[in-house]
Design a protein around this ligand. Sequence first.
Ligand SMILES: [Zn+2]
Length: 242
Amino acid sequence: MGNQIELLVNLQTIDLQLRERTDAIDTLRREMAELDAELAAQRQALDAARTERAELESRRRDIEGTLADEEAKMKDRRMRLNRIRNEKEASAVRREIEVAKEGTAQMEEELMAVFDQLDGAKAREAELAAAHEALAGRRASEGERVELEIGELSSGLDEARSRREMLAAGLDAGLRRQYETIFARKRGQAVVEVRGGTCDGCHMRIAPQLANEIHRNTRVITCPSCHRILYARPPEAATSNA
Ligand SMILES: [Zn+2]
């Protein structure tokens, strides 16, 4: 049984290292995913600002086109007015000119409003474009750093996993399952030492009779309060450590 407990302790050491590395890799990947989501949201905002500006530009061109048409029509009306000798016809054209002037004034006002909106839209677009460029740059450099870091964290993972499998193969199948269940449930503290008569996992006192049994190492004993697997360092190890 002593050999089994020793295997478990070694297995736990590897499992903790493996978990630390895979957690670190997960954290890095999550950070990148968050940055990507932020970048996508910014891209969307920038696209919306570009669409808004394009729509305003198109509105501006429409109004400018209509105003140019109107100017040509006005020139035509004035020429007609010069040729007309009939007063009734002349006043009709004058009336036409007045109505057209009103319309033109309204359109000019609208054009001014569009110019104002365009100023705002251009400023927003420039701001969003700069922010997007900055974030994209950060994403690129962070991405490079993170890939390097993940590469470093991953190298050795395969080796540690095969070492783990070799150790685990030497374990009794039931004990291995018991260990893995506790490891998952207790956040990586499945096998703990009994020190000074207390469980190192939950710090509850272990009855002397049970402690003696743990020292004898004849069967697998779990802590009555936290259910972790208990072990005691062999006396010679304790002496050599002292
Ligand atoms: Zn305990």
